[in-house]
Ligand binder design. Structure first.
Ligand code: ZN
Ligand code: ZN
Ligand code: ZN
Length: 328
């Protein structure tokens, strides 16, 4: 609907935020996992696989532990967006909030808090003082329209005999030989209730304000310089080295791994420009240290290795020494 004069909500003008850099000293863990934890991780791995023998875990000789530094940077930007569109609903005689009560407010000035921070949700409401009552243009106020199925006659062709001319010499039981039956779409009255106004003949039109809250996530993993597949970090957690939540966060500048600082600066500025038409309600970012240890071991004189990763101590094994052996 386009009736009525209506300007879309003006773009949101964000207030000025200072961007003081994050001043924090970081302590990076340096001790690898214990031998027991390394053994346990491989044992859990073998248990999960059908037919893998746990004998290599019991008999292996642990050799070297290499600790890698893996860091994950996460930025979340929680935004609010407001849009308006014309709506029309059947009028049931209720009082309407029309322009006679004054000019309508700027959609951005309406106070509405999100039900949850950092979670997607949506809210609809009529913009105050934009309602008005109009005659339904579909039925011109009559509340009913001519039945499209029978064209207003109330009769339609009998399908029982109309489609089977071979039965013409018998009297059709459906129409009694008339060749026509009462229209089943309008019960023979020739009219149907107007679906636009639900038979009321009048509509209330108003501007509907829709508020959308969305969370935008960004994740960056610094190069850990090992052949461990990075995507496996998705399912594990690490140790939180920085956790900061503000109206708008400032980039991290003094983290020992420079690519994390770079990702932080780039993403924060990208989110600010990408969501310029929205209101940024809240931001948070974290830096995690993801434990990653490469364990070298020997079993029956041959050399093997596996990785233990995440706080959950999961094992990643490329080549397990004894597969397909049900007996210990
Ligand atoms: Zn018939
Ligand atoms: Zn009809
Ligand atoms: Zn109507």
């Amino acid at each position: 609907m386009t009736d009525g004069i209506f300007d879309p909500p003006p773009p949101y003008v964000p207030p000025y935020y200072s961007s003081a850099p994050v001043e924090k000293s970081f302590t990076i863990p340096t001790s690898p996992i214990s031998e027991d934890a390394a053994r346990q991780a491989l044992l859990e791995y073998a248990k999960k696989k059908h037919f893998y023998s746990s004998r290599p875990v019991q008999e292996m000789l642990l050799q070297n532990f290499h600790l890698f530094n893996a860091f994950r940077y996460c930025l979340e930007t929680f935004t609010e967006n407001r849009t308006c569109k014309w709506m029309a609903v059947p009028y049931n005689g209720e009082e309407v909030d029309d322009a006679g009560n004054g000019p309508h407010p700027n959609p951005w000035d309406i106070q509405k808090r999100p039900p949850h921070l950092f979670r997607k949700s949506e809210y609809h409401m009529p913009l105050p003082r934009t309602s008005s009552v109009k005659t339904c243009s579909q039925c011109r106020g009559r509340g009913r329209n001519i039945c499209g199925s029978c064209g207003g006659s109330g009769w339609s062709r009998c399908m029982a005999c109309g489609v089977s001319p071979t039965n013409l010499n018998q009297t059709c039981t459906a129409c009694g030989g008339m060749g026509q039956v009462r229209c089943c779409m309008c019960s023979g009255c020739g009219f149907k209730r107007c679906t636009t106004c639900c038979g009321q003949g009048r509509l209330v039109t108003y501007i509907q304000l829709t508020i959308k809250w969305e969370n935008h996530n960004f994740e960056f993993l610094a190069d850990h310089q090992s052949d461990f597949p990075t995507k496996r970090f998705k399912k594990v957690t690490g140790e939180i080295l920085l956790s900061d939540e503000q109206r708008t966060v400032s980039p991290v500048t003094n983290f020992p791994e420079p690519s994390i600082n770079e990702a932080s600066e780039n993403m924060i500025s990208q989110h600010r420009s990408e969501f310029a038409a929205c209101r940024i309600l809240r931001q948070r970012h974290t830096i995690e240290w993801l434990p990653l240890t490469k364990v070298d071991y020997t079993w029956k004189g041959a050399e093997y290795h596996y990785y233990v990763y995440g706080k959950e101590n999961r094992a990643y094994v490329e080549d397990y020494p004894r597969k397909y052996c049900a007996i210990m």
